[in-house]
Design a protein around this ligand. Sequence first.
Ligand SMILES: [Zn+2]
Length: 270
Amino acid sequence: MPELPEVRTVCRYLNKAVKNKKIKNIYINLPKIIKNIDHNKFKEIVKGKKILKIFNVGKWIVFDIDNDYKILVHLRLEGKFRNILKGQNPKHDHIIFNFEDKTNLYFNDSRQFGTFHLLKGDYLNQKPLSLLGKEAQNTDVNWLHQKLSKKRIPIKTSLLDQKILVGLGNIYVNEVLWIEKIEPETPSNQITIKQLKKILKTSYEIMEKSYKLGGSTIDSYVALNSKEGLFQNFLNVHTKKDLPCSRCKEKILKKWVGGRGTYYCFKCQK
Ligand SMILES: [Zn+2]
């Protein structure tokens, strides 16, 4: 699943590819992907609108279009955009934007978990965005400490909760906890404010670095068409099962925490 650096990278490429283009037509081959409005109504509203810019709010991709409308896209597991025809199975092209300049943008999703919403006006205070927490660099550490003080669930699970912190996914939580030498199953309420401060700082830094490298290409993430990121070359624990920890040489272990694959060093992370 793409995480924050990957989603920001996708937005960067989308701006290059379709910013300022006018949507002449839109084809919806899989209506269930449109979540909060009837797909015919969606089509009716979006047709003829211009894409003003594309940005992200957490892991949501926001297409800002005319008349104060926003199209929100979540890639979930396998959703991806491309603007050329080759390289993908067209069977999974569920949404196709056709622009006035005769170019197209395809939303392809073999798993069909990706979602589209259409919102008007104050989109940040409407579902689904109104339910989100803040990005690491905008999160107040005292608020976070207070929030976790009642939680006994593993710190890893809390950090993945998008209502608490937005954008931090499985890859980066594994990395952050390794860097900060925190055992992933430590109860959330046992993490000190000092540790939380470092978690926030490291989360921000690691995601910035990844963004600059175009994200991590693991599983099926691609930025646009088949452009890939490079941050996977800098991972310390994620996907490193049985390899030596780069800090202490102990074998990296894998276990499941809250249903998510968790890589850690039992010697460093106590
Ligand atoms: Zn270690």
